[in-house]
Each structure stands twice: as structure tokens, then as C-alpha cells.
Design a protein around this ligand. Structure first.
Ligand code: AMP
Length: 231
């Protein structure tokens, strides 16, 4: 069994890298944020409860989150492991994960951190612009408009949303980064942390993650896999 924890701040590129890693390593991508969004969409009991916290940008209580995650890991496709994204978010969750995996005679093999300096995160997150007429979304770096400041589709002016302004983003990031640092420290202390420079192009970050995953693998089968597809 192979359990890989993917760590990174909002804007670090986890959402881009996680599906690529899942494909290359042949493991399911288990993202607690996605599980919660699906539960909200379905209107399940967990979804109704979680929504109250998600709407305010708060963490969902551990009791709910952990149960949902463990139910997901009990699915057949996770029998040989998973790439965990968005979990653990705090030390209590990290401990619970260790215990739950130990019950399956398993453990986290490696924690991969995509590191991006805070100023760059703010720049990435604040690079989002929407058009006034229809809300079409652009990003200064990943999806710029053809003509600066104008929508490609309807030519209306591009404006910035209130919660995408640098000051708001910095405040939101500060809370999330302190929790992330704790979890990073947890895995560093256990010798499981591999940090990757997330400022490089997507393909280079992928290659570095795969190399780090292969180097830190606890199981032979997975090491071979990671090396075989690592490029
Ligand atoms: P994400 O897509 O990872 O940003 O998660 C979206 C939302 O789901 C978060 O803002 C939290 O409300 C909730 N959530 C996701 N993962 C966790 C977790 N490990 N612990 C608590 N809440 C979580």
C-alpha cells in the first residue's frame, strides 16, 4: 500500500499536480475538499453539516472530516493506497491518519510539499480578473486576455473581485499557512517530508514530485512505478 500526502498552500499548484500524479502513479486522488463539495451537491447529511463551515471559509470539524476520509479510503480503489490532497490540515488529523493507516498495517510513505513563497502565492491568487458584463474569468499568468484589461469574448472591462484583492488574500493565506507549517513540521520530524520548488513550470514540478516520491517510497512496487513513469 502506498499513501502519499500532498501539501501546499492555496495557489501552490496542488490542484494541477494531484491529478497528474494520480495518473502517473496509478493511485486514486482523494481530495477532502472535493469529497465535501460532492456531499454538498448530493445534499447528504455530511454535506448539509459541512456546508455551514465551508461557506464561512472555516475548517469542517475533525469528527466529520475524518469519518468521510476513512469511508473513502475503505473503497476498493484505495486498497493499494491513495494520494491525499487537503488532508491532513492540522496535527490532530495527521495523528488520526497515522493511527488509521497503522490499523491497515500501512503508513504515510512520503509527504510532498509544493513550496511557493508567500509573495508569489499572493501574486498568483490576486492575478484573477473577471469581465464586468458576464463574469468571464482570466488570470494574468495562466490565462491572460488577448488585449490587456478587456474581455476576449464580449470586450467589456476586466475588474477584480473584492475577495481577490491582495489585502484580503494575504489575510486568508496567513491563517492557512500557519496550519500548513504545523503539518509540514509533523512530517519533517518523522523524516517523511520532501519539499519541491513550486515556482518552476508545471512539467518540471511534476518531474520533481515524481522523483521525490520514488526516492521516499516505502514499498518496492511503488518505487518501481514512480521510476518507470517519472520521465
Ligand atoms: P479545499 O478544496 O481543500 O480548499 O477545501 C474546501 C473546504 O472544505 C475547506 O475550506 C474546508 O471547509 C473543507 N475541508 C477540506 N479539507 C478539510 C480538512 N482536512 N479538514 C477540515 N475541513 C476541510
Amino acid at each position: 500500500m502506498t499513501f502519499l500526502v500532498l501539501l501546499g498552500a492555496p495557489g501552490a499548484g496542488k490542484g494541477t499536480q494531484a491529478p497528474i500524479l494520480a495518473d502517473r502513479l496509478g493511485l486514486p486522488h482523494v481530495a477532502t475538499g472535493d469529497l465535501f463539495r460532492a456531499a454538498v451537491h448530493e445534499g447528504s447529511a455530511i454535506g448539509i453539516e459541512a456546508r455551514r463551515y465551508m461557506e464561512r471559509g472555516h475548517l469542517v470539524p475533525d469528527s466529520i472530516t475524518v469519518k468521510m476520509l476513512l469511508d473513502r479510503l475503505a473503497q476498493p480503489d484505495a486498497a493499494s493506497g491513495a494520494i491525499l490532497d487537503g488532508f491532513p490540515r492540522n496535527l490532530a488529523q495527521a495523528d488520526i491518519l497515522a493511527t488509521a493507516l497503522a490499523d491497515r498495517d500501512s503508513a504515510v510513505d512520503v509527504a510532498l510539499e509544493i513550496e511557493v513563497p508567500e509573495a508569489e502565492l499572493v501574486r498568483r491568487l490576486s492575478g484573477r480578473w473577471i469581465c464586468r458584463a458576464n463574469g468571464h474569468v482570466y488570470n494574468e499568468t495562466s490565462h491572460p486576455p488577448r488585449v490587456a484589461g478587456r474581455c476576449d469574448l464580449d470586450d467589456s472591462p476586466l475588474i477584480q473581485r473584492e475577495d481577490d484583492r491582495s489585502e484580503t488574500i494575504a489575510a486568508r493565506l496567513a491563517t492557512q499557512l500557519s496550519a500548513l507549517r504545523e503539518v509540514v513540521g509533523y512530517y519533517r520530524e518523522r523524516g517523511l517530508l520532501r519539499s519541491i520548488d513550486g515556482r518552476r513550470p508545471v512539467v518540471e514540478v511534476t518531474a520533481a514530485l515524481l522523483a521525490a516520491a520514488g526516492g521516499g517510497a516505502g514499498t518496492g512496487a511503488w518505487s518501481a512505478d514512480a521510476r518507470g513513469t517519472g520521465g
